[in-house]
Structure formats: structure tokens, C-alpha cells
Design a protein around this ligand. Structure first.
Ligand SMILES: Nc1ncnc2c1ncn2[C@@H]1O[C@H](COP(=O)(O)OP(=O)(O)OP(=O)(O)O)[C@@H](O)[C@H]1O
Ligand SMILES: [Mg+2]
Length: 115
């Protein structure tokens, strides 16, 4: 079955000196087209960080994708340029994320996420 979304062996690093090296380590999730996948886990287990990594909305200079790949409709999201990523977010959600214009890639240095 073709996958709509595939997260392959994703690791997201925390800043140096944090109590742990990774916020998310070696996570793989496949979402088949037309299906819903629920991610369940205790508070702090990395659900939001994983989702934000998919949307490329990790807090800039704090959280960093250290390893892994994320494919959406066959496209490697971690390699898309910022404009293509913004278009994809709008298509996926029907709106632009709050603060998404206040970022380095849109020409402002808002210190926001790696958008
Ligand atoms: N901006 C950040 N700076 C430093 N650490 C962070 C940041 N965001 C998340 N973390 C850390 O990453 C880990 C995963 O957090 P995350 O928010 O993804 O958990 P969660 O599963 O969504 O929890 P909850 O169920 O409470 O929403 C936690 O240890 C958290 O402290
Ligand atoms: Mg959360």
C-alpha cells in the first residue's frame, strides 16, 4: 500500500547540555492513504516534537532533526525549500501556521522555527 506519510528513523536532538541528547529518537511511523494513525504516549514522550518535525516547525536553534527522513506523498520534506514547504502546509491544513511569516526564511529574523 502506498503511504501518505512516512517518517523513517527520525531523531530530533536537544541542545547540547540538556539532560538527554534527543527529544525523539529513532521513530518510524507510516500513515497509509485514507487512514488515521494515532500516536499515544506519556507527556514528554515526543508526540508534539515528532509532529512539528513533519511540519518543519521545530523551534529554531533549539530542536534539530539529527537523523531520519520524512516523506509526504513521496516528497522528502526535509529537503524541500521553504517556499514549497509553506505551500504544502497551506494545502495540508487550509491555513498558514500562526507566526509562520515571522521567520528567517520569509526575510524576517523573528527567531521562530526552522520553517
Ligand atoms: N523547545 C524545547 N526546548 C527544549 N526541550 C524541548 C522543547 N520542546 C520539547 N522539548 C522536550 O522534548 C521532549 C518531547 O516533548 P513533546 O512536547 O514532544 O512531548 P509530548 O509527547 O507532546 O507531551 P504532551 O503529551 O505533554 O504534549 C520533552 O522531553 C520536552 O521537554
Ligand atoms: Mg504535545
Amino acid at each position: 500500500m502506498s503511504m501518505l506519510l512516512e517518517i523513517r528513523r527520525l531523531s530530533v536532538a536537544l541542545p547540547a547540555g540538556s539532560e538527554r541528547e534527543f527529544a525523539v529518537q529513532d521513530v518510524s511511523i507510516a500513515v497509509p492513504r485514507g487512514q488515521t494513525v494515532c500516536v499515544v504516549g506519556e507527556s514528554g514522550s515526543g508526540k508534539s516534537v515528532t509532529a512539528n518535525a513533519v511540519m518543519r516547525l521545530l523551534q529554531k536553534n533549539v530542536l534539530r532533526v539529527a537523523d531520519g527522513e520524512i516523506f509526504f506523498e513521496g516528497r522528502d520534506l526535509l529537503k524541500l525549500d521553504a517556499a514549497a514547504m509553506r505551500t504544502l502546509r497551506r494545502l495540508a491544513h487550509g491555513y498558514d501556521f500562526p507566526g509562520a511569516h515571522d521567520c528567517a526564511e520569509s526575510g524576517h529574523d523573528g527567531g521562530g522555527s526552522d520553517r
